[in-house]
Design a protein around this ligand. Structure first.
Ligand code: PLP
Length: 371
């Protein structure tokens, strides 16, 4: 039995008719840029996130970049984020000309550590950009409190957390703006690249819309030098279909994660990364720490059994060549660095099913018992 990290073909098989119909409608209408599909998706996605506005863009990276610009971030400003994220979080800050400031993460949740954040704030801090890593909400209340007292905005990188809850608030809805990716493998994935910025702030929404569409508010009225970073109508049509299923898919991921938690309980040396209390995670990834023996050995064993695994992420941002210029050194973020040498992501996706989860765990158990 081959077990991949995600199986997009298995998911397509469950929604083929709906998707094919929606996509062919766009072709029939031949309205490929903006228009009704994008607008309808934006309205439905905003409502689902519990905010007033959503603006579709062409990637999660664009969502982060344009949300930062819309919040007025630029050269001379400092933006604080974490070292254990996908590189796009930090690229987006770099595009604005602002300085990237990293803070270490909490050893339990691997999300932004509020105390360390408090110490990293300076007079130049203009934005704080936590990441809801693996679909686990960061400590929004703690971070908001620090942002408020620093006079900075909180923006959320919710690219892995569609539908996750902090109390009863959706990820992406608590900061000035929330940034989503619809990369195909994300919990809500398009059939190509896509992203969105969600916000309650009309000015932020208007600014993102303008920046993403050549700096214009209406035809031929170009107010600023913008970009071409619009959400594609075909992707919007696919996303509208998938939005009808996302709650069930997230619930299925949670069930499979609970099964992993239960089955792994007795496996000595395997410690799942824990979501914060009071949150409802959406398990974009199911990540464990390998506290005993060789992580590579475990991954080899899984590979030989046809079971995929991953490391998210093997190299912290400050150890990445592209961001060496930030001037950080090995040892600056001990929690993130230690995690990056121990974590393994096990396969999880809505269609994985109990049998495959059991097969993964029995391979993990067999390896851990053999060492
Ligand atoms: C996927 C991802 C992004 C970037 O999204 P793209 O759509 O690939 O540009 C940003 N941040 C995080 C945490 C992500 O997982």
């Amino acid at each position: 039995m081959k077990i991949p990290m995600v199986d997009l073909r298995a998911q397509y098989a469950t929604i083929r008719e709906e998707v094919d119909e929606a996509v062919s409608r766009v072709m029939e209408e031949s309205a490929f840029i903006l228009g009704a599909h994008v607008r309808d998706f934006e309205e439905e996605f905003a409502a689902w996130c519990g905010v007033r506005h959503a603006v579709g863009v062409n990637s999660g990276t664009a969502a982060l970049h344009l949300a930062l610009l819309a919040a007025g971030i630029g050269a001379g400003d400092e933006v604080i984020t974490v070292p254990n994220t996908f590189v796009a979080t930090v690229e987006a800050i770099a595009y604005t000309g602002a300085r990237v400031v990293l803070v270490d993460v909490d050893p339990e949740t691997l999300n932004m550590d509020v105390e360390r954040l408090r110490h990293a704030v300076t007079a130049k801090t203009r934005a704080i950009l936590p990441v809801h890593l693996y679909g686990n909400p960061a400590d929004m209340e703690g971070i908001l409190e620090v942002a408020r007292s620093a006079g900075a905005v909180m923006l959320e990188d919710a690219a892995q957390a569609h539908g996750a809850l902090h109390g009863d608030r959706r990820a992406g809805s608590m900061g000035r703006a929330g940034c989503f990716s619809f990369y195909p493998g994300k919990n809500l994935g398009a059939y190509g690249d896509g992203g969105a910025v969600v916000t309650d702030d009309r000015e932020i929404a208007d600014a993102v819309r303008m920046y993403a569409n050549h700096g214009r508010s209406e035809k031929h009225a170009h107010h600023v030098v913008g970009w071409n970073e619009r959400l594609d109508a075909i992707q919007a049509a696919v996303l509208r279909v998938k939005l009808r299923h996302i709650d069930a898919w997230n619930e299925s991921r949670r069930e499979m994660a609970r099964l992993y938690d239960t089955l792994l309980e007795g496996v000595h040396g395997i410690v799942p990364v824990a979501p914060m209390k009071g949150t409802t995670p959406v398990y974009h990834l199911y990540v464990v720490r390998v506290e005993r023996g060789s992580r590579d050995g475990l991954r080899r064993r899984l590979d030989e059994a046809g079971i995929a695994s991953g490391i998210h992420y093997p190299v912290a941002i400050h150890r990445t060549p592209a961001f060496e210029h930030l001037g950080y050194r090995e040892g600056d973020f001990p929690v993130a660095e230690s995690a990056s040498s121990k974590i393994v992501s096990l396969p999880i996706y809505p269609e994985i099913g109990e049998e495959r989860v059991r097969a993964v765990v029995s391979e993990v158990r067999a390896w851990m018992e053999s060492i």
